[in-house]
Design a protein around this ligand. Structure first.
Ligand SMILES: *Cc1c(COP(=O)(O)O)cnc(C)c1O
Length: 382
């Protein structure tokens, strides 16, 4: 089965991991800080903290923002469940706000309507790698104390009005899962333009340990002394995986260029295909395409999904609206509350997109889609 996404690993990546394995450090060593420094060249200089995965990045970011019981966190439903669940675990009430047509990113007007005095964080998601409308989201938050978070699991390397993702929100989270734009197997990072938030993120990532003597309550206890002032968890990313991340980052430009090229080929091939709609984009966005999300019209998404799977094409659906999950349904969240996201979900299909996808495999995807839409078997099965 041709997957919808997969990693690209070279001998250089393998050598970087082996070198780290043979070094004195396996967990927290020099590669962690080096990866964080390398990442900051992609975030316009915003400081970064490497963490264990993208879900941990969200948990760390919400903890750094001080999210707790009594707070509200505004989230779009068109995302992976972790954008919401990591804040819910900290005791926050999740408030879903609908997305915009065309880009399926958080709608600033819906945010303005959803924000209250209790809103602690508003989380935008750069769906498919297309940045949300950050200036409009800031404007929607004018007069509120809420922080803006960017879940950039799809969008490292993208820019908004010539400003890089990572520099647009108070807190930005990345995922380095194998299907994402670069990988460390499991891994992620938090970026912040605010040094105080970054410091809180680093502490939560490391069990809450306070090692700076000047900040300890009982600094004269002895050289071994460390303190916990606020609870944290072990959400650290090991040195071995940071070495892989540094090696991958060297190819991120090439990954993004290949993804953009494949998207242009899909756009051209699908433009004249009846029964589907290709993803939109705004003139101010330079996306870092992680997904190629099409809409399959006329109620045929499930049929097309099944026909393509039968033809060996691993299409995917991203995502089930988050408030449809039973855990939210049981809390009283209702279907129908975010109609733009929900009608998009009913038609959404992600076509294979990853740097090592060849032109001929992509042509096979396009042929299989054409056959599925015409209701005939694909010419070639994988
Ligand atoms: C992948 C993803 C996450 C979670 O990242 P993991 O590394 O899988 O934990 C969070 N949000 C979005 C939008 C994602 O796509």
């Amino acid at each position: 089965m041709l997957p919808y996404g997969r990693q690209s690993i070279t001998d250089d990546d393998v050598a970087a991991v082996v070198a780290a394995l043979r070094s004195d450090w396996l967990t927290t060593g020099p590669q962690v800080e080096a990866l964080e420094t390398d990442l900051a060249t992609w975030t316009g200089g915003a400081g970064c903290a490497a963490v264990a995965n993208g879900t941990a990045a969200l948990h760390v970011a919400y903890a750094a923002a001080g999210v707790g019981p009594g707070d509200e966190v505004v989230v779009p439903p068109m995302t992976f469940v972790a954008t919401a669940s990591s804040a819910a675990l900290l005791g926050a009430k999740i408030v879903f706000a609908d997305v915009e047509e065309e880009t399926y990113t958080l709608d600033p007007a819906a945010v303005a309507a959803a924000t209250t005095a209790r809103t602690r964080v508003v989380s935008a998601v750069d769906y498919a790698g297309h940045p949300a409308d950050y200036d409009a989201l800031r404007a929607a938050l004018a007069g509120s104390d809420a922080l803006l978070l960017a879940d950039a699991a799809h969008s490292i390397g993208a820019s908004y009005r010539d400003r890089p993702v990572g520099s647009l929100a108070d807190l930005t989270t990345f995922s380095f899962f194998p299907t994402k734009n670069l990988t460390t197997a499991e891994g992620g990072a938090v970026a912040s333009t605010n040094p105080e938030l970054l410091k809180r993120a680093r502490r939560f990532r490391n069990i809450g340990l306070v090692r700076e003597r000047a900040e300890q309550r009982w600094p004269d206890e002895g050289g071994w002394h460390q303190e916990v002032h606020e609870f944290g968890l072990n959400h650290r990313l090991p040195d071995v995986l940071c070495a892989l991340g540094r090696s991958q980052l060297r190819r991120l430009d090439a990954f993004l260029a290949r993804r953009a090229r494949l998207v242009a080929r899909y756009d051209a091939a699908l433009a004249e295909l009846p029964g589907v709609r290709t993803p939109g984009r705004r003139p101010w966005a330079r996306p870092a395409w992680h997904l190629y999300p099409i809409r399959v019209l006329d109620g045929r998404r499930r049929e097309v999904y099944e026909r393509m799977r039968a033809a060996g094409i691993g299409v995917q659906v991203n995502y089930i609206p988050v408030h449809w999950h039973p855990v939210f349904a049981d809390l009283g969240y209702r279907r129908g509350s975010c109609p733009v996201a929900e009608s998009f979900y009913a038609e959404q299909l992600s076509l294979p997109l990853f740097p090592d996808l060849t032109d001929s495999d992509q042509d096979r995807v396009i042929d299989a889609l054409d056959a599925a839409l015409r209701g005939v078997p694909a010419r070639t099965a994988a």
